[in-house]
Design a protein around this ligand. Structure first.
Ligand SMILES: [Zn+2]
Ligand SMILES: [Zn+2]
Length: 334
């Protein structure tokens, strides 16, 4: 079967041994398509993954062979996420399910950018859903990334009337904004790229250029004490300055991206202004369930956010994403 593998800092399509079910529980699925995640880009660019790795985890697939106690059967179109928490360890008991050792260890095999994938029984039981006909493959491929956003929103414990600013309006920023809107809070956005600001505004997310936030700040402060929570989906170190400029006293800054220089948040602002800085990484099965329902019900709109590439053009998809030429790449495979 064909799979896109990392090989000497390139993504190369290779013929690899086809995954088989043998006598295991679980399913072999034919991958119809797989979204290209920001974390795939980071793993590739920062050379975190070794040669031979097949990236990709945002899969839409069709069950071709199954041995399972679940309700799925051959021919079903499904989505699945890749990690499952144990539910019992110290991290799980404290709600930090994505820090769980079992969560990190579980994965789909060999990876989403492949013609076929093995999903374990645990995947089928906890993080897989049958996809109804009314939603497109590209739209439902946002199942896992939206799950990550839902988790971040829940971790912030927002209250009615809260105003949120999303810093960074790439695909994940837009998705986060849509999730915040669907959860009932007022959301604003900012970015440095005009096209993104325009698109966000056209989606009903009031958005500004991060360079002229003074005007925005004055407007917000006329109505209230300021922004209640800032969601950092930008991967730029400088975005931290933006967050500190707009956050109100006692507000929350949700960190949702790594930054190249790993800069910190200032001690004294946190202390004197009683700020809460918190991170959110990856979704729990419950967040994924919420995400699935929001997408299928159409409460979160992800229409026309993807650009589709065939598997053979996956390297191009990586480059176009890195160069901000597109919002979100969807790799069509089957
Ligand atoms: Zn992802
Ligand atoms: Zn655990």
């Amino acid at each position: 079967m064909k799979a896109a593998q990392i090989q000497q800092n390139k993504i190369v399509i290779n013929d690899i041994e086809k995954v088989t079910l043998d006598n295991r529980k679980g399913a072999i699925v034919k991958v119809l398509g797989c979204g290209l995640c920001g974390s795939d880009i980071v793993k590739f660019r920062e050379k975190i993954s070794k040669d031979g790795t097949v990236l990709g985890h945002e899969i839409v697939a069709e069950v071709v062979e199954i041995n399972s106690d679940t309700k799925f059967s051959a021919g079903d179109k499904i989505v699945s996420s890749h990690h499952i928490p144990c539910g019992e360890c110290v991290y799980c008991r404290h709600g930090n399910v994505s820090m769980c050792a079992h969560f990190k260890k579980t994965n789909i095999f060999p990876g989403g950018f492949s013609e076929f994938v093995y999903l374990s029984e645990e995947h089928l039981k906890n993080v897989a859903y049958k996809v109804p006909d009314r939603i497109s493959d590209e739209e439902i491929s946002f199942y896992e990334p939206l799950g990550c956003c839902i988790r971040a929103i829940k971790r912030c414990n927002l209250i009615e009337g809260d105003k949120v600013l999303v810093v960074g309006l790439g695909s994940i920023g837009l998705l986060m904004s849509e999730g915040i809107k669907a959860s009932g809070y007022k959301v604003y956005g900012c970015d440095l790229i005009e096209d993104r600001i325009e698109l966000a505004n056209s989606m009903g997310i009031e958005s500004y250029n991060s360079k002229n936030l003074e005007e925005f700040n004055t407007k917000i402060q006329k109505k209230s004490c300021g922004i209640d929570a800032v969601f950092m989906t930008s991967g730029a170190d400088k975005a931290i300055d933006v967050a500190l400029k707009v956050i109100r006293k006692g507000g929350k800054i949700l960190v949702f991206s790594s930054t190249p220089n790993n800069n910190g948040y200032p001690n004294n602002e946190i202390y004197y202004n009683e700020l809460t800085i918190l991170g959110s990484y990856s979704p729990s099965p419950q967040d994924l369930n919420d995400s699935f329902n929001l997408l299928v019900s159409g409460k979160v709109n992800v229409k026309n956010l993807t650009t589709t590439y065939p598997l053979e053009k996956i390297q191009q998809a990586f480059e176009d994403t890195v160069n901000n030429k597109i919002f979100k790449a969807y790799i069509k495979i089957g």
